[in-house]
Design a protein around this ligand. Structure first.
Ligand code: GLN
Length: 281
């Protein structure tokens, strides 16, 4: 056994991460298989294996790995999601999209929603968990991502209302394979312009899948294609809610208006960036 003091762990993280005490608590809880609430500020007895695991996580974290990818979990909106390097880590900025979608689902008594590029499933599964009569489909071109999404659906106990499909909207048979029309489309597609990828922070560039980030030369490749297929899978009067990157909201709106959508609302994220664009068919 090895004794390790809470303050020793904190010390290693000070100056390296924004919330050293919180992260020390989260890492110790993970290593000891406990809840964060159970981690006080005392001294902990670690087995050799636990101690090695702790050192490994701290080392990787100090090198810039995101904490959620190291612990395999991330809290998003009201729920906890399993994550891995096969999925984009859920971001707090995406929560406004979920809240806006929830309002529309409630007001319009919607029954069916589809998430294009579902990844961990954080958007779709949050909505399904909030609305017990809602059913949904999650589409992703990555089979590995869908394995994570399926596990998250199971954890939340909503797998019977959730269909996961390994499809790409660039495929010719995409519309045919998605099946019936939906009341709502939600999507956080890859939107980073190709030439900006190199300059991304290590915690994004090296730990989130590139296929979930790279939006092509100008960043709008996926929006253009989604705007083309969306009218075919959305019912008349249905809504589409899209996440976009910095300064992209106007162009995203233009792309969808060209396909006959009517702009409804643009919402700012926690940093004041126009992040969520809502249009109506
Ligand atoms: N929000 C992510 C980032 O800025 C990008 C996600 C995306 O391309 N959809 O790192």
């Amino acid at each position: 056994m090895i004794d390790i003091a809470f303050e020793q762990v904190v010390k290693q993280l000070v100056g390296k991460v924004d919330s050293p005490r919180l992260e020390a608590r989260m890492v110790l809880a993970f290593v000891l298989g406990k809840d964060c609430d159970d981690i006080g500020s005392g001294v902990f007895d670690l087995t050799d294996e636990q101690s090695k695991c702790l050192e490994h996580i701290l080392q990787k974290r100090i090198e810039g790995a995101p904490l959620d990818k190291l612990l395999g979990e991330k809290d998003f909106y009201k729920y906890r999601f399993k994550v891995s390097e096969d999925v984009l880590s859920p971001r707090p900025d995406t929560e406004i999209l979920v809240e806006a979608a929830g309002k529309l689902i409630f007001q319009n008594k919607m029954e069916k929603v589809i998430d294009l590029g579902t990844g961990s499933g954080c958007i779709l599964l949050s909505l399904l968990a909030d609305f017990p009569s809602l059913s949904g489909a999650g589409v992703d071109a990555s089979e590995k991502a869908l394995v994570i999404a399926a596990e998250n659906a199971k954890r939340l106990g909503i797998e019977s209302r959730c269909r996961l499909m390994n499809l790409s909207w660039f495929d010719d048979d995409f519309v045919q394979k998605t099946g019936a029309k939906y009341d709502m489309i939600v999507s956080n597609p890859p939107y980073i312009p190709h030439s900006d990828i190199d300059a991304l922070e290590v915690c994004v560039k090296s730990y989130d899948p590139l296929s979930a980030l790279d939006g092509g030369e100008d960043g709008y490749d996926h929006y253009r294609k989604i705007a083309e297929v969306a009218p075919k899978i959305l019912r008349k009067g249905g809504y589409i809610l899209l996440e976009g990157g910095i300064n992209q909201a106007q162009e995203i709106r233009n792309i969808f208006e060209k396909q006959g959508f009517v702009w409804f609302q643009t919402l700012k994220d926690l940093g004041g960036i126009e992040r969520c664009i809502i249009l109506k068919k």
